[in-house]
Design a protein around this ligand. Structure first.
Ligand SMILES: *Cc1c(COP(=O)(O)O)cnc(C)c1O
Length: 345
């Protein structure tokens, strides 16, 4: 059976151009900083994001965890959104790897503003409280339905945090989706942050890899930590080559994925039993509530799969569908038909 795979944008396969670039890639030992293709990608990523330096890491999770460790000391707190990837999907790395404690806050629809963040910052100078070592934002917000934080909210949070001497990290796994939705450059988003992680895999189509960008001094400190976490790789230019194609050729097309998600969201919102405001799916992720269908998401996932559609869930009530370059508009229409059929069974 061939599936319509709306499980995640991580399922995208490298394009023929990526595979060619991978085969041709000039390589060296990156542990010694001698892989010319990795070096080129790192420079390119830093420039695009408007930062001094970049570091290639195998996964976004490693990129986030590296930054967490760079910005905090054991015993500190990290303010995160309640549904963030760093809090929910990184194996309690905050505690295990950095010895820090996550302090989750919930914004309406996952959208944080300075007020919601400020309420979670611990008072200084009182020996009862852990000190807030870092604020970590996420844009776009995966589990909240690909929602986008406004540039103003990000700038405001960063400015206030910096006044208090607290650094701010951006989990920008899908920062190019955020920039597409906001119609601005990724560098505008990255500007107020002390570090940014973004993924070359997912919507940009590279088979592997994420980038950490920030000041040169931070990246220099990140290199030995990446080694400690097991992420120092050798002739990894073969992977970086695909990342270069991702950055050069794949960022402009993300609007198509957003259009497909809108098609899905609009169709889903019309199906009885599904609760979804299509305005709440502004990028390539659609999260919708199926409580009124009487099905749990686990049951729904099994039924959809039996009819050839792959999807995932956020919790027992909320399904998640993600569009990407390897799924067509026609397939999104077909997926809607399957949802209708499954719910009328
Ligand atoms: C995918 C993702 C990551 C990291 O992903 P890896 O699978 O480790 O590459 C981090 N944050 C968000 C929001 C993500 O969606």
């Amino acid at each position: 059976m061939t599936y319509i795979d709306l499980g995640s944008d991580t399922v995208t396969k490298p394009t023929p151009e990526m595979r060619e670039a991978m085969a041709r890639a000039d390589v060296g030992d990156d542990v010694y900083g001698e892989d010319p293709t990795v070096n080129r990608l790192q420079e390119m990523a830093a420039k695009r994001l408007g930062k001094e330096a970049g570091l290639f890491v195998p996964t976004g999770t490693m990129g986030n965890q590296l930054c967490l460790k760079l910005h905090t000391s054991p015993g500190q707190e990290v303010v995160v959104e309640e549904r963030s990837h760093m809090y929910n999907l990184e194996m309690a790395g905050t505690a295990a790897l950095s010895g820090a404690q996550a302090h989750p806050v919930r914004g309406p629809g996952g959208i944080l503003d300075w007020n919601s963040v400020a309420a979670a910052i611990r008072p200084r100078g009182d020996t009862h409280f852990a000190q807030t070592g870092l604020i970590a934002l996420e844009n776009t917000q995966n589990l909240n339905g690909g929602t986008v934080m406004s540039l103003q909210a990000m700038k405001e949070i960063c400015a206030h945090a910096h006044e208090m001497g607290i650094p701010v990290h951006l989990d920008g796994a899908r920062i190019f989706n955020a920039a597409t939705a906001l119609k601005i450059e990724v560098a505008d988003i990255a500007a107020p942050f002390d570090s940014v992680m973004f993924c070359l895999s997912k919507g940009l189509g590279a088979p592997v890899g994420s980038m950490v960008v920030g000041p040169r001094s931070l990246i220099e400190r990140a290199i030995p930590l990446r080694r400690m976490l097991g992420g120092a790789m050798r002739q990894v230019g073969v992977l970086a080559a695909a990342g270069i194609v991702a950055l050069e050729k794949m960022t402009e097309r993300l609007g198509e994925d957003h259009q497909k998600a809108r098609l899905l969201a609009t169709g889903l919102a019309r199906i009885p039993g599904i609760d979804l405001d299509p305005e709440r799916a502004p990028t390539n992720i659609v999260v919708f509530d199926i409580t009124a269908t009487g099905l749990t998401t686990t049951e729904m996932i099994v039924k959809l799969k039996a009819h050839g559609v792959l999807a995932t869930s956020v919790d027992a009530q909320h399904m998640r569908m993600v569009t990407h370059m390897d799924v067509t508009e026609g397939e999104c229409e077909a997926a809607l038909d399957v949802v209708r059929r499954v719910l009328s069974e």
